[in-house]
Design a protein around this ligand. Structure first.
Ligand code: SAM
Length: 460
């Protein structure tokens, strides 16, 4: 690493915490950072090449605390491989993979990722949920929320809403709504020093104090949104007690119905990774909750109000279903259609029973579930997000490219490709069987419909 001087107050803190082990810990900052990727189990089942074989090229070694996680070493650059564009894996720091594993969300649950960008933990949670239930992925900063939405799409996650709200705005709309909440809190980043030496310059005792105060604010909103009987995971990539154990102790003191089930600290001198803290807590169930665990009746809004807006959505959805009947024989949409401007989305199934779409009114929602289509004059065009969430056999026409050949790189740069002249119409483009987007075939050419913002400029 860039040998920047560690702050004296940080070093003193570490010596106080670790005693005789402090030297080994401080020495770890002189070693190379670790790098990892996590296989996207939402997609790993349907490529032409088995996923484990597809990624073995990166010389992988398993991450002990995450069955889908692997270390890789330079000079491998998995982030530049077409399988990355296809969402076969997510580049994630290995210690950070511990948090979603500890929270262990289940398929069908209602889960919130409260500080979610750029999306490492969200994509991990989505995979553990096997794409079923509802995942609300929230990010307070609009630019980061956009990156989060792109990653959610790339990973083919259909059951996530991406919201851009303060924790307070969310807790007013979603009181006691979630079975599990992940709070990967903004922190002073002591575990980032090796990866990003600039983080050292930002560190100060005052910054740690400010982070702890902000974490406390966010945690109180997380508490409000947790169902009785629900689980909360709190994580940081920092080591000091103030932002970790002391913040948790404060929560336990303020809310006696919260119980600490486990906490885990990964130290970089003991485990291979940059380090992480994660605590798992549970909110006590209430008597009345134990008696009645049936889902609520669909609300009027969830069944569909007959307003102009829902009529327009219903009409757009009808057009999409016509398109799907002709072009997507294996695809059965499940959820509630909604229109945001010209974009037709499918809210996850949870909105058919219990949750009302009106809960989203006035909220910034960069991605309201799965985008199905973009409305054009008198027709619909299938959305890029839909391509990324499909299994290849769900499209009537597909055109496969080989990861080892140059055409896939041309495609990812946004170029059109020659195709057999018999191919005509919307075509799912795949790399070794994994969808990467839509093309429209006509007269021997496959027109590229990759969104402009995703095209790899000056790629290979
Ligand atoms: N969970 C993410 C992942 O795995 O990719 C990383 C999250 S990062 C540690 C913390 C996030 O909290 C940042 O994206 C940051 O923008 C956001 N954040 C900053 N201030 C916040 C606040 N006051 N409330 C909620 N989130 C905040």
């Amino acid at each position: 690493m860039n040998q920047r001087q560690l702050p004296a107050a940080f070093e003193a803190n570490v010596r106080e915490m670790l005693g005789a082990e402090a030297d080994a810990f401080l020495q770890s900052y002189k070693e190379r950072r670790t790098q990892g990727l996590r296989l996207n189990t939402l997609k790993s089942g349907y490529g032409r090449v088995p996923a484990s074989q597809a990624v073995a090229r990166f010389g992988l070694e398993s991450v002990p605390w995450c069955p889908s996680g692997y270390y890789y070493e330079e000079p491998h650059r998995p982030g530049r491989h077409p399988y990355h564009a296809a969402g076969l894996y997510y580049i994630q720091e290995p210690s950070a993979m511990s948090a979603a594993e500890l929270l262990a969300p289940q398929p069908g649950e209602t889960v919130l990722d409260l500080a979610a960008a750029p999306g490492g933990k969200t994509s991990h949670l989505a995979a553990l949920m096997q794409g079923r239930g509802l995942l609300v992925s929230n990010e307070i900063h609009p630019e980061r929320a956009k990156i989060l939405a792109e990653n959610v799409e790339r990973m083919g996650i259909a059951h996530a809403l991406v919201t851009c709200a303060t924790p307070g705005e969310l807790s007013r709309r979603f009181p006691e709504a979630f079975d599990r909440i992940m709070l990967d809190a903004p922190c002073s980043g002591e575990g980032m020093f090796r990866k990003d030496p600039d983080a050292i310059a930002e560190w100060s005792p005052e910054h740690v104090e400010m982070c702890a105060a902000r974490q406390w604010d966010i945690l109180q909103d997380a508490y409000k949104m947790l169902k009785p009987g629900g689980h909360l995971a709190y994580s940081t990539c920092t080591f000091n007690r103030q932002e970790n154990e002391e913040t948790i102790a404060r929560l336990l003191e303020a809310y006696p119905d919260m119980e600490l089930l486990a906490d885990k600290r990964l130290w970089p001198h003991l485990e291979k990774g940059e380090g992480h803290f994660v605590a798992l807590l549970r909110k006590a169930a209430r008597e009345d909750e134990l008696a009645d665990v049936r889902p609520g009746k669909p609300t009027k809004a969830a069944r569909g109000k007959s307003s102009g807006k829902t009529n327009a959505a219903a009409e757009a959805y009808r057009q999409f279903l016509d398109f799907a009947a002709a072009e997507l024989p294996g695809f059965t949409p499940q959820g509630v259609p909604v229109l945001f401007g010209d974009a037709l989305y499918l809210l996850p199934e949870a909105f058919q029973s219990g949750l009302s779409p009106s809960v989203l009114e006035g909220l910034k929602v960069p991605r309201a579930g799965l985008q199905l289509a973009q409305l054009k004059k008198n027709r619909v065009e299938p959305a890029h997000a839909l391509a990324m969430a499909l299994q290849p056999e769900q499209a009537k026409r597909s055109f496969d490219l080989n990861a080892e050949e140059t055409d896939i790189h041309a495609w990812l740069r946004g170029e059109s490709l020659p195709v057999p002249s018999g191919l005509h119409g919307w075509t799912l483009v795949t790399v070794d069987g994994l969808p990467v987007g839509w093309g429209k075939a006509s007269q021997g050419q496959l027109k590229n419909h990759l969104p402009k913002g995703l095209r790899v400029l000056g790629g290979q």
